[in-house]
Design a protein. Structure first.
Length: 100
């Protein structure tokens, strides 16, 4: 009798910009982290490991999605805050290196 192997489950997430579902590993994670120095404050960072604690959102490796996110001014339900210009520059570099 042959064993039937089940396909391993791969989690999927939705891009906050274009609202398309992709595999979690095919998206960039942006996370909101509590600021330990400023009680009640927070900051937003890129999560390259996709394992950091905090409220996260996912974005496609696509410059069009980044431009749309910038136009939305991060008014997504995923965040209560805005991305800094440095975060946008970092995202542009990551997406540019992925596309290039």
């Amino acid at each position: 009798m042959q064993e039937i192997k089940k396909a391993k489950h791969e989690p999927s997430r939705m891009c906050v910009s274009c609202r398309v579902r992709n595999k979690k590993t095919d998206l960039i994670r942006i996370v909101r982290v509590k600021d330990k120095c400023n009680p009640g404050g927070f900051f937003i960072k890129l999560d390259k490991s996709q394992k950091s604690e905090g409220r996260g959102a996912y974005l496609c490796y696509n410059l069009a999605c980044l431009k749309k996110l910038k136009k939305m001014k991060s008014k997504s339900k995923s965040f209560v805050g805005k991305l800094s210009e440095d975060a946008y520059k970092d995202l542009e570099e990551i997406i540019g290196s992925f596309e290039g």
